[in-house]
Design a protein around this ligand. Structure first.
Ligand code: SF4
Length: 319
């Protein structure tokens, strides 16, 4: 995350720097999982916006986990001289396998030199108590552990509209069970889902904060090739957010998030070869700079409006 923006929010990069005394880099991995929302066990077709090529373009599932880790470590080290890394199980649903298989995979990653922890991205309905116990044990061994749950919206109507195949109740159960064990939880929320307005984004944030969360990822919805959303967008059935709108809404959400919640991400990009719209989603740094500028103009930062109810009127100071 941009250093200046990091002064206005509690960023994961800064959080790691404070805790480890040096920069820690995340290595995005594709461990060859699939997804229960694609293979028929929960649903077929996947979420309407999902093309996993947009998640971790650097990772290649044809390579072994170890090859992916070693190659990424080499790349990052040549650039930054970094010594510590987190293995980020990112692509698809990274808890969708037998527990023995998962344990072997996570432990293999942790055995590579410099890997201090794991971050596991998954669906709320695919996290058994065995998986939570496994993550808890890894955490108790002294490793950095994050469970990353894709919720995207706290509205069941929206979740159904984008074919998520899970509900808010399933998210709540998993989030509570993870936090009860002390496993740090990072929740992903998408801004700009079909049928949603600013009220929805703020209500989703409030619900996630109310249930309890340690980290957040904000993500503008982008339309990528080979998705149902692309089909809807082409037919005029979906209008993407504008960049100024996303920047303003992200700043509003950051202001209303308590300071102790760590932002792992406040925007996301897709590579130009698969991104259809909006074009600004290819320019991560422009968006990050825009959010920083917006917060600076408001003389504000994360937590400034924490605990205050969302109201369009209250937020008119932004205009
Ligand atoms: S749950 Fe994740 S991997 Fe599965 S279809 Fe949805 S976005 Fe894609």
């Amino acid at each position: 995350m941009d250093a200046t923006l990091a002064n206005r929010l509690n960023s994961y990069g800064q959080d790691l720097l404070k805790r480890y005394g040096e920069r820690v880099h995340k290595i995005a991995l594709d461990a060859g999982f699939t997804c229960p929302n694609r293979d028929g066990s929960k649903g077929t077709g996947g979420c309407t916006f999902c093309n996993n090529a947009s998640f971790s373009p650097a990772a290649d599932s044809r390579q072994s986990l170890i090859e992916q880790i070693d190659q990424a470590k080499g790349r990052i080290t040549r650039r930054t001289h970094a010594k510590r890394f987190i293995a980020y199980f990112q692509a698809y649903t990274n808890t969708y396998a037998d527990i023995e298989e998962l344990a072997a995979m996570y432990r293999d990653a942790l055995q590579r030199s410099g890997i201090i922890g794991i971050s596991v991205g998954t669906r709320p309905d695919c996290v058994s108590s065995q998986v939570l116990d496994l993550l808890d044990n890894i955490r108790r061994d002294g490793h950095e552990v994050w469970l990353e749950l894709g919720l995207q919206s706290a509205f069941d109507e929206t979740l159904a509209r984008v074919n998520r195949g899970h509900t808010l109740a399933e998210y709540r159960d998993t989030a509570l069970a993870a936090r009860q064990r002390g496993i740090p939880l990072c929740t992903h929320l998408i801004v700009g889902l079909p049928g949603e307005t600013e009220q929805h984004y703020h209500a989703s944030l409030d619900m996630v904060l109310d249930i309890g969360v340690d980290g957040l990822k904000l993500h503008p919805l982008h339309v990528v090739k080979h998705t149902m959303l692309a089909y809807q967008w082409r037919r005029g059935g979906y209008l993407p957010l504008t960049k100024p709108d996303y920047i303003r809404i992200a700043a509003d959400l950051i202001e209303r998030t308590p300071e102790d919640v760590v932002f792992h991400r406040v925007t996301a990009t897709a590579s130009r070869d698969i991104l259809l719209a909006p074009a600004w989603c290819a320019e991560k740094w422009n968006v990050l700079n825009g959010i920083e500028q917006e917060l600076r103009q408001r003389d504000s930062r994360q937590g400034r409006r924490a605990g205050t109810p969302f109201s369009i009127k209250e937020l008119e100071h932004v205009a």
